[in-house]
Write a protein that binds this ligand. Structure first.
Ligand code: ACM
Length: 384
């Protein structure tokens, strides 16, 4: 709520639990933007005042905290959530209070709420590019392993469609608990070894990612023999792994810590100066950062954080984000983003291996679900 002297906003990420590693980078990205805005005089002369709660990687805790923020603390805007299960737990509460959730995470698509602004990649902005790269340079015989919740199921369904379109084969599909034990990993690795895929597609999230990669390498399956592709293995998950475990892994995202763009370098330097030189900087942190700036620009124009006043302005503003200029597509509340594909080198850094150099419109419902329709849509996006 616009208090007498501040704009109160909710900040809801996991600081504990399985996805605390990646979500703490999103919390930091959010705080960096809030501090920049406040240092520059706030919005209409009033600073942003963050109320920060820990979602503890648990959908029930996320929902309870959203109720507290919107009901008790009377905020109208929340920045937060990583796992789709937590977004789905929070959104009905946000809708019933007529608030607005800014969600800075890649996800499975097929969702729209006027009360959510989606600033992470939809599948047409990361998965299409990852699949095209894999099928051209790595292989089409795929084994899929995921954490046991909605994002991995839905993502594997889309990836299976791409594999079939490319005349490849899905050799197996397994799901692990969010906190996998050694026995769970052994079983999946035995199955992978039997199936002999050319590439492993992982939708495992959070701390389970390091467990999986380390167990695969410990089983003697080398990074050359079996590259791992994943949209949820970022700089934060690699930082939790034994050295070399992620080598040769492939991912797609709009932002990498290693991007050479001046705006990206400036962001990484500011982030590290504020939070520590060894902190990983992720696409999730970058989305968390730019969405606060988009919000502040919209708030400046609207003069109110009331949902009906704010939403039309959020759909109009643009911000020069570290990845490139971004804005929200008024048709679906998702961001136009700059897809890139990267491979992890022997030092654990992401080297960009394919940079189409275009800003891509979001297509969360996959109106054009073919891998090759992408280029036509891309050309259109270039002129937008
Ligand atoms: C996710 O659950 N959207 C990574």
């Amino acid at each position: 709520m616009a208090g007498p002297s501040t704009w109160r906003v909710g900040v809801l990420f996991s600081q504990t639990g399985v996805t605390a590693g990646i979500e703490s980078t999103q919390l930091d990205g959010t705080m960096l933007a809030i501090e920049e805005i406040n240092d520059a005089g706030g919005v209409r002369g009033k600073p942003l005042e963050p109320l920060i709660y820990d979602g503890r990687s648990d959908p029930k805790v996320f929902r309870a905290n959203a109720e507290r923020l919107l009901g008790h603390d009377r905020v109208r805007v929340i920045f937060g959530c990583y796992m789709s299960s937590t977004r789905k737990a929070v959104l009905p509460t946000v809708e019933s209070f007529r608030g607005l959730l800014f969600y800075p995470t890649l996800y499975e698509g097929f969702e729209y709420s006027p009360h959510c602004i989606y600033t992470g990649a939809a599948p047409n902005q990361n998965m299409v590019q990852l699949a095209k790269y894999l099928f051209e340079f790595v292989g089409t015989r795929i084994y899929m392993v995921g954490s046991n919740y909605v994002y991995p199921y839905e993502t594997n369904r889309i990836m299976s469609d791409f594999v079939v379109q490319s005349r490849g084969r899905v050799l197996g599909e397994s799901y692990l608990p969010l906190e996998p034990r050694a026995g769970d990993l052994d079983k999946v690795i035995r199955d992978i070894a039997k199936a002999k895929p050319e590439v492993l597609f992982s939708t495992v999230v959070g701390s389970g990612t390091a467990r999986l990669y380390e167990a695969i390498r410990a089983a003697g399956i080398s990074p050359r023999e079996l590259p791992i592709a994943s949209l949820t293995t970022s700089e934060a998950e690699v930082a939790e792994m034994a050295p070399g475990a992620a080598e040769n892994s492939i991912t797609a995202a709009p932002f990498f810590e290693s991007l050479g763009l001046p705006a990206a370098k400036k962001f990484v330097a500011a982030y590290r100066a504020r939070f520590g030189e060894d902190r990983p900087v992720t696409a999730g942190a970058e989305a968390a950062y730019f969405q606060v700036h988009l919000f502040a620009r919209a708030l400046e124009r609207a003069g109110s954080d009331n949902f009906p006043d704010l939403l039309p302005e959020v759909r109009k503003v643009e911000f020069a984000a570290p990845q490139g200029p971004v804005r929200i597509d008024p048709e679906n509340n998702h961001a136009l983003l700059w897809p890139r594909v990267a491979r992890v080198n022997s030092k654990g850094r992401f080297d960009v291996v394919w940079n189409p150099g275009v800003r891509l419109k979001p297509d969360p419902y996959f109106v054009a679900p073919s891998l090759d329709d992408w280029s036509a849509e891309m050309a259109q996006a270039t002129h937008s």
